[in-house]
Write a protein that binds this ligand. Structure first.
Ligand code: GLN
Length: 497
């Protein structure tokens, strides 16, 4: 059935073929929906999938416009999957939770508005860990997502559906959100490129909040060029988000992808090699493989230590801050302002009403975090936990900024192990939280970080992570472009047979 293999082509190529009439919208839509119909029941990447007819109609409209005006519409007709905590007008925004099962977005998030303005066509809303709390994609009230490369394994979370949709060829580009690694971890385990942008460069208007001070929406794609295009479209000041940087001066452009790297220095954080029992050998070998490539290109690789305390305390600091902010952000789900309303048989009190709604519609992980977060913010404990975590946060940030005075980028793992099997770690909170060991640093500090696919271990792709100075996304893109050439990990889609 698939003739043109459009489902695995880069966005820039599909757009060109559509505009030049080499293929028609029907070809692209049919190919993608053929895959979805065949494999989605097993993978479960979508919570909401738009009807094929609606998608085709939108695509035809944009392609018609783009054919008349080919300079505009940088994403004309391109199928994009959106994580289900981002508002797309008239579609559900469930956040992977029963609490929001019936909630329909009354407006578009700024990022969605910007993608649509460029002609992108939304295919659906993707599965995720409930309220973005999780690392495997198993915490969704709508069932777990499976890794298209190995259905027995998890794809990583919390942007599990967006990553799986790309790896399965159900969409060409995607959006995720990253509070502590939720774009980079699933990207790493599904073989896609994923960026957590500098804090304040992408509007969070229309993103359902989990932990505001840590999270950013970011692009996911199967190659660097598409990643850069999506990022350049969604970034830029938005007065609806008060935490944004006013003048975002990022020197990205699609051309930089081909520019050579001159006098580049990369720091490798040695500590990750020492926490031996927590970082898998396969991951360490992957980092070594990437170091070899960098050195072949005369990139100076410097080994530095972050300090055992920083590596050890970054996770606790992250989780204290994330849970504290979550406990406050999730207070709005009370069955009055948001969440299902219910009639009580017998009215006793508001407290009873709230408890009943929250007990019934929140999942276990969410409840756990709300309780811990509220407790850590309560008087008497606040100084012991929350305030201490904020101090650590400053220490970690300062240390990373200092390291980046001596180099352009930091190389570290995106994940500490290959993806576990479904059910393998979900009931072991410590193991589960440990999965974020290498990703939380960028959220704590607000620095940009990218996952770049590196190689296959068996049939599973694995990525590595690079971090850079504030607003230095272009460095990450250049490194990505270089590795993309060397690793042969571009445009990889799992077979659906
Ligand atoms: N796994 C981390 C958490 O559960 C990160 C999630 C995220 O980035 N949204 O908090």
């Amino acid at each position: 059935m698939p003739r043109n293999r459009l489902y695995e082509k880069p966005a820039y190529k599909i757009r060109e073929m559509l505009i030049d009439r080499e293929v028609e919208p029907e070809d692209y839509v049919e190919e993608v929906y053929y895959r979805v119909e065949k494999k989605e029941p097993r993978i479960n990447a979508f919570i909401t999938l738009r009807p094929k007819e609606d998608v085709l109609k939108d695509m035809k409209t944009y392609i018609k416009r783009a054919r008349q005006n080919p300079e505009k519409y940088r994403l004309a007709g391109i199928l994009v999957a959106i994580k289900d905590n981002i508002h797309v007008e008239n579609l559900p925004v469930t956040c992977g939770s029963l609490m929001l099962k019936e909630y329909i977005a009354p407006y578009n998030a700024t990022v969605v508005e910007r993608l649509v303005r460029e002609g992108a066509v939304i295919i659906g809303k993707t599965n995720m860990d409930e309220f973005a709390m999780g690392s495997t994609g198993e915490n969704s009230a709508f069932g777990p997502t499976r890794n298209p490369w190995d259905l027995a394994r998890v794809p990583g979370g919390s942007s599990s559906g967006s990553a799986a949709a790309l790896a399965a060829g159900f969409a060409t580009i995607a959006l995720g959100s990253d509070t502590g690694g939720s774009i980079r971890l699933p990207s790493s385990w599904t073989g896609v490129y994923g960026l957590k942008p500098t804090y304040g460069t992408v509007s969070r208007y229309g993103l359902v909040a989990y932990a505001d001070s840590l999270e950013q929406i970011g692009p996911m794609a199967r190659n660097i060029k598409d990643l850069v295009t999506v990022f350049s479209i969604i970034t830029g000041f938005d007065e609806k988000d008060s935490t944004m940087i006013k003048k975002i001066n990022i020197k990205y452009s699609e051309e930089i992808v081909g520019e050579p790297l001159r006098n580049m220095k990369v720091i490798v954080i040695e500590d990750f090699f020492e926490v031996g029992e927590s970082v898998d050998d396969n991951i360490l070998n992957t980092i070594e493989y990437i170091i070899d490539i960098l050195q072949d290109y005369k990139i100076e690789v410097i080994f530095r230590k972050l300090g055992k305390d920083i590596v050890e305390y970054s996770l606790p600091s992250y989780y204290v801050i994330a849970m504290s902010e979550a406990s406050s952000n999730l207070a709005r789900y009370d069955g009055i302002r948001f969440g299902p309303k219910e009639e009580l048989e017998e009215w006793t009190s508001w407290t009873k009403y709230y408890s009943r709604i929250r007990r019934k519609y929140f999942g276990t992980e969410v409840k756990l975090r709300i309780m811990l977060g509220s407790w850590m913010l309560s008087s008497g404990y606040r100084d012991q936990y929350y305030v201490k975590a904020l101090r650590l946060r400053r220490l970690i940030r300062d240390k990373l900024i200092k390291l980046l005075r001596d180099a352009d980028s930091i190389l570290l793992p995106s994940c500490v192990s290959p993806p576990p099997k479904l059910g393998e770690v979900i009931n072991e909170p410590i193991k589960l939280y440990m999965l974020d060991l290498a990703t939380v640093l960028a959220n704590i500090s607000g620095l940009p970080a990218i996952n770049i696919p590196a190689r296959f271990i068996g049939n599973i792709p694995i990525g590595v992570q690079f971090m850079a100075r504030y607003l230095d996304e272009h460095i990450l893109f250049k490194i990505g472009a270089l590795l993309e050439k060397e690793t042969n990990m571009k445009d990889k889609v799992a077979s659906i047979e």
